[in-house]
Design a protein around this ligand. Sequence first.
Ligand SMILES: *[C@@H]1O[C@H](CO)[C@@H](O)[C@H](O)[C@H]1NC(C)=O
Ligand SMILES: *[C@@H]1O[C@H](CO)[C@@H](O)[C@H](O)[C@H]1NC(C)=O
Ligand SMILES: *[C@@H]1O[C@H](CO)[C@@H](O)[C@H](O)[C@H]1NC(C)=O
Ligand SMILES: *[C@@H]1O[C@H](CO)[C@@H](O)[C@H](O)[C@H]1NC(C)=O
Length: 238
Amino acid sequence: MKLKNGLLLFFLFVECVFFKVDSKCVKGCDIALASYYVMPLVELPTIKNYMQSKIVTNSSDVLNRYNKVLVTIHGNIFSYFRINIPFPCECIGGEFLGHVFEYTTKKGDTYDLIANDYYVSLTSVELLKKFNSYDPNHIPAKAKVNVTVNCSCGNNQISKDYGLFITYPLRSTDSLEKIANEAKLDEGLIQNFNPDVNFSRGSGIVFFPGRDKNGEYAPLYPRTGFAKGAAVGISIAG
Ligand SMILES: *[C@@H]1O[C@H](CO)[C@@H](O)[C@H](O)[C@H]1NC(C)=O
Ligand SMILES: *[C@@H]1O[C@H](CO)[C@@H](O)[C@H](O)[C@H]1NC(C)=O
Ligand SMILES: *[C@@H]1O[C@H](CO)[C@@H](O)[C@H](O)[C@H]1NC(C)=O
Ligand SMILES: *[C@@H]1O[C@H](CO)[C@@H](O)[C@H](O)[C@H]1NC(C)=O
């Protein structure tokens, strides 16, 4: 009985910690997905290079596992559709969840080109200005640029059934109905994860659950996570 109470208190404590830090983050999660809208003539190795992280490397084929229909013709992906690219979702400066990709500039690059062409609006000019010290009008060539992409790890107050989220830049052809149909998720659920967002606004980022490499929705607290928590609870109570 004592042990049970100890465990209960422990979990209440955990919930409290998550609850208190509602707007700021304490930690991220292993993986989030970036929805990358492929423009014509953009080659897969180029996208892999832009979206490089410890999860996606030039040589890895991890993208195939998250995208059942990754059609490539001589390295060109069939364009005008989105692919999901896994990336680590970290708590940046204790303030928000995101990942900083490193982009190496070419001659003539601008923040607008980087944000809206190369990173297809996964980041914004404002974020580039915030995380880079270059003069926005004179970005040197062959320079490293911090490209910050936001992410989500889920929200236990909305649903514990989803723990893997897509960072999805809205385009003019998107709507809540279309996104919900494609994801086979409830419109209300998707709206709840993005309060006050008009999904027809044609720009900006939204977050909704994505499928893992087995094609399934992953829960917020995987079983292994619970086992770890319980082990800690027992050692404290004992
Ligand atoms: C990855 O590929 C890109 C172009 O395809 C190349 O510029 C870059 O140097 C490569 N990076 C590594 C670490 O091999
Ligand atoms: C990403 O998050 C930061 C901090 O919460 C926010 O200021 C920014 O507008 C977000 N960026 C995008 C592209 O939504
Ligand atoms: C990129 O971010 C790192 C780490 O915060 C920082 O040290 C570096 O100065 C930034 N780069 C630029 C160009 O501002
Ligand atoms: C959402 O935005 C679209 C396009 O700007 C607009 O037509 C529509 O009325 C908006 N919906 C709501 C509920 O504000």
